[in-house]
Design a protein around this ligand. Structure first.
Ligand SMILES: [Zn+2]
Length: 259
């Protein structure tokens, strides 16, 4: 079953066995260039339990990933973030300050810098950030949370943060971006097919994004989430998404596909 933790275990095991070199984003940008890099990123949105299940799998395969944490949901848990950092994972900041400030760029920029400073004060070595995207949030005067990086071109450098987009483009310009947006793979019809592609080293450099909220320990939940996500795509019932979302976020997932 796709998007079960068992499937993730198989995928990560295949990465490790196929000659790819797993990297965090920071390692990819600041370390030496490697052959067959496999950069692993997770956006941590709602639920810690599944994130920890994912990192446990990675530890078993001796792989470390980059984890971008929201600070305005229950995943904001400093002791857990510190523990993961101590275990070798990269902790980053998954920011949505324009959403939180309803499009006020000045306030959103100040809040962003305060969040980064506070995360560092508790001992987290934050070197990179990823904007959160949620198509359901009405955006007044902006197109996404990343817009503060455009309005303030010096924001990353001023806060000693890596520029992931340009850094990756320089270091691994041919990388392939694979992601589980909307609980399906963008470049494979199934998890099984993705594993075959990885086994055959179809892509010489991979940058993979997953949302641990989408991955399930139980096959029933994995199946239910995929059916819900598929139904939302097919019917386009955007106005009903909030209803379904509230149903599923009770289980710590969001089939409507926030980033
Ligand atoms: Zn997100």
């Amino acid at each position: 079953m796709d998007f079960s933790l068992h499937a993730y275990d198989r995928l990560i095991g295949t990465v490790a066995a196929s000659g790819y070199h797993a990297l965090t984003l920071r390692q990819a940008l600041t370390g030496g260039e490697v052959e067959y890099p496999f950069i692993v990123r997770h956006d941590v949105e709602w639920e810690l339990k599944r994130t920890l299940a994912v990192t446990d799998i990675e530890k078993r395969h001796d792989i470390r990933s980059s984890l971008y944490f929201r600070v305005d949901t229950r995943v904001f848990d400093v002791p857990v973030m510190l523990r993961l950092q101590n275990e070798g994972f990269e902790i980053g900041y998954h920011f949505n300050t324009l959403d939180r400030c309803r499009g006020d760029f000045d306030r959103a920029t100040v809040m962003f810098e305060e969040d980064v400073r506070r995360l560092r004060e508790v001992g987290l070595d934050i070197r990179s950030v990823i904007p959160h995207g949620d198509p359901r949030i009405k955006k007044a005067g902006y197109s996404g949370n990343g817009d503060i990086l455009i309005s303030d071109r010096n924001l990353l450098a001023r806060n000693n943060l890596l520029d992931l987009d340009s850094g990756l483009a320089v270091r691994y310009p041919q990388h392939t971006y694979i992601r589980d947006l909307g609980i399906r793979w963008n470049l494979a019809r199934s998890g099984r097919e993705l594993i075959e592609y990885v086994k055959g080293r179809r892509w010489p450099a991979i940058y993979m994004l997953t949302h641990p909220d989408y991955w399930s320990g139980s096959l029933l939940r994995a199946c239910g989430l995929q059916i819900a996500a598929h139904a939302l795509r097919v019917t386009g019932l955007n106005r009903k998404i909030a209803t379904v979302r509230s149903l599923w976020t009770a289980n710590g997932a969001d089939p409507a596909g926030s980033l």
